[in-house]
Design a protein around this ligand. Sequence first.
Ligand SMILES: Cc1cc2nc3c(=O)[nH]c(=O)nc-3n(C[C@H](O)[C@H](O)[C@H](O)COP(=O)(O)OP(=O)(O)OC[C@H]3O[C@@H](n4cnc5c(N)ncnc54)[C@H](O)[C@@H]3O)c2cc1C
Length: 432
Amino acid sequence: MGQADLVLRPRTRSEVQAMVRATARMGLPLVAQGGATGLVGGATAQRGEVLLSLKRLNQIRQLDTVGLSVTAEAGCILADLQRAAAEKNLLMPLSLAAEGSCTLGGNLATNAGGTQVLRWGNARDLCLGLEVVTADGDCWSDLDGLRKDHRGLNLRDLFIGSEGTLGIITAAVMKLAPAPRSRMAAWVTLDSLAQALDLLCSARTVLGDALSGFEVMGEAAQTLIAPLPLPVAPWAVLLELSSPRDEAPVREDLVAWLGQMLERAWVREACVSHSLAQFQAFWALRESIPGAQTRAGGNLKHDISLPLRCIPQFVHECEAALAQHFPGARPVVFGHLGDGNLHYNIAPPEGQTLATFSAQEPLINRVIFDLVAKHQGSFSAEHGIGRLRAEELAHRGNSTGLALMHRIKRALDPQNRLNPGRVLLASRPDGP
Ligand SMILES: Cc1cc2nc3c(=O)[nH]c(=O)nc-3n(C[C@H](O)[C@H](O)[C@H](O)COP(=O)(O)OP(=O)(O)OC[C@H]3O[C@@H](n4cnc5c(N)ncnc54)[C@H](O)[C@@H]3O)c2cc1C
């Protein structure tokens, strides 16, 4: 909730429209909030701002078992949608560690990624349509759920990922898939990130579409969550298979492939989950890393993406640069390697508090983001820009792209009332 002067909690789309119109008449800035799990400060209201919580807008309007889609309101909790799909023997493919609290509206506003992007894509790829309340209180609805529809410009993609700066998402149609008949995970340890990439390439070729997740964890990240299924190693991979086939042949394929990887010495050790409980336990370990970091005193977070081929070299160069400029600083690296997305977090040197270490944050960010740029990567992969990275975007963003973004913002929200100060800094000149 932050320091909001007023909190509004609509139950219906019409109430959202009335509230947007009323605050427009008064010229009040409006901050949309779903589950408040965002990591870049986008949904936290400041003094003088009105918070618009979408959490009561939480009805599932339709679950279409023929068209394989669900039409749901923005405040639906992601895990509830997953459960509703599972009850019909279907899969809601979007999945992330915050799924017990984050909302569909927040997922779309941030174009959330998560653990299944490798197989299903991110929130944008899974969205078939939106319902949006515009800055002046009108409603644009595109909830037909059509898989093919080319009636003019794609407004849906404009709102997805706009982090509440262009309109308020009130409902969406999301793709579903048949529930997999078999799901299993393997925990694999390796000596290097280059080996992890080799393993990914081989898994994609041999295991094909069944490969639905490929996560990596560096030594420091593993140490935070030990005990593990295998001893801590320089790198560990958690890979997931999900398939419409029966479990036995999928398991046979996986075990045979891992056997080859061991023979070729591409991996140190490997083990495969033997039950649903063990599968969930492997994932629970991976998803416990964010909490474990907090309990260990916290760190400076960087959610970056890079071309896959550049990742080992980037990590090597970044470690060397940090050791040179910030002796003792400890990288805690993990993430969705299959998507080229690393959470490249930096813990303070032993004995130093995060508060003291944070004084160096701008310099640390510069070292990391300069190297990201050198390797044609992105300083914001899946967490968004919010307030935290708005300066970074203003300085590092492509100038023509930024000018276009400002024009779109002015066209859709001329009073700059929706999430002001998030994503785009207000002061930018008109540009070309
Ligand atoms: C432990 C943990 C793990 C996470 N893992 C991942 C991960 O793997 N992948 C990933 O992508 N993210 C991850 N996140 C980040 C976060 O969970 C996602 O960004 C999520 O999609 C945010 O949803 P929310 O409902 O909490 O949105 P909020 O935090 O409430 O809002 C996020 C942004 O969206 C805007 N917004 C919210 N609802 C609406 C709406 N209805 N209309 C318009 N704008 C709106 C807000 O104004 C804000 O700018 C993680 C977070 C945590 C705490």
